[in-house]
Design a protein around this ligand. Structure first.
Ligand SMILES: Nc1nc2c([nH]c(=O)n2[C@H]2C[C@H](O)[C@@H](COP(=O)(O)OP(=O)(O)OP(=O)(O)O)O2)c(=O)[nH]1
Ligand SMILES: [Mg+2]
Length: 131
């Protein structure tokens, strides 16, 4: 199966809260919470994809990012490569531009949300990081 390359942002605000969004029910892994992001398109760098997706999905203008981790994960119906980056520097007010619910949560709250299986390693990494 083809592997989908996905740019993902763990967005941290000055209050050390992290932005999560709920995936629309009709999409792959629908209804689960996620870190905003989406597919890297042809002729686009990961950083360009991340900047584009975070504006399209949650209205934020990314100023800089740093790598967090990469996760290759095989779902029964889809293989993904998640290319995950910290986003501490951004402008704008977060809103779900595609009508999706969004929330700013503390890292300690993350385990209370239902994320896709591939996200366990990301959540563990965040829990072990001083924000
Ligand atoms: N954005 C995001 N995607 C994730 C996470 N965890 C995880 O397994 N995924 C998977 C779900 C999807 O199969 C894939 C992301 O693709 P997507 O459907 O959001 O892509 P996209 O935003 O470009 O959407 P579209 O153009 O297809 O509508 O990665 C996560 O934390 N954030
Ligand atoms: Mg997306």
């Amino acid at each position: 199966m083809k592997r989908i390359h996905v740019a993902v942002g763990v967005i941290v605000n000055p209050a050390k809260k992290i932005l999560i969004a709920q995936r629309p029910i009709n999409l792959h892994q629908g209804g689960k919470w996620e870190f905003p992001g989406g597919k890297v398109e042809a002729n686009e760098s990961v950083s360009q994809a991340l900047t584009r997706e975070l504006f399209e999905e949650v209205n934020l203008v990314v100023q800089s990012t740093t790598p967090l981790m990469n996760i290759s994960y095989d779902y029964p119906d889809k293989n993904v490569l998640l290319d995950i980056h910290w986003v501490h520097n951004f402008q704008g007010l977060a809103k779900g531009r595609e009508g999706q619910p969004i929330k700013w949560v503390t890292k300690e709250q993350l385990p209370n949300f239902d994320f896709p299986e591939a996200n366990s390693a990301i959540v563990n990494h965040i829990l072990n990081t001083t924000l």
